[in-house]
Design a protein around this ligand. Sequence first.
Ligand code: CIR
Length: 260
Amino acid sequence: MTNPTYEFTRAITRRPASSITDGLRAEDIGTPDLDKMLAAHADYVTALKSTGAEVIELPPLEAFPDAVFVEDTALCLPKGAVLMRPGAPSRLGEVAEMAPTLLQCYDEVREIKGPGFIEGGDILVTEREILVGRSARTDAAGVAELAEIVSDWGHSLREVFTPEGVLHFKTDCSLMDGETILSTKRLDASGCFEGYRVLHVAEGEEAAANAIRYNNLVLMAADFPRTAEMLDREGFEVVQISNTECAKLDGGMSCLSLRF
Ligand code: CIR
């Protein structure tokens, strides 16, 4: 039996465009370097492919500086995909750019029509439920519209809250396996993971929480040695990818792909 929450045969990525220098960021900590980002992106794609998966690599979109962060445009589930409605106005148009690819991959593609907003970065799919964090990008109406769609496919959805000042719910957590979640202490303290086994990222390594389990691998941002060691001790096969450039735009491992 495969576990559809972390065993995948495909992924979709999009190469960063030179307009990435205009990407959204909460705080300006420097301009991302396209060449460095391209190199890290290539390592990321190579890691996904090394698990035997097919990676659909989409071309850069100059008109959308944040389009490399494809995760926010859709939710991919076993029975269908749902096109999101990003709460960042500059990112709304990325959805139409993703739609044709998903229509090729899925028989059923539905969409969040609004008026609510929701971004994929706020959605964590576990074996038992879909957790959606309300945030500055995801509102109650967006969550409610998604809940209706996924209930048709047999999923239950639970609304939770992304901590104040944190971009997305998954900025602070990721799924490691059927029962285990990697989380920052601050997010876990909200009580949203009751009933799960929770591993905390090391103190001071909060940015390590945005990782992905993809088949046999855990892809995590490099430079968080204590969290990497902890995951290794727990028996996970960790691959570290440079995230220095995406981090300047509040992006991490999960944002860079759609996985299904
Ligand atoms: C944004 O602010 O929308 C982008 N600069 C970063 C998006 C990161 N996406 C994600 O965590 N899923």
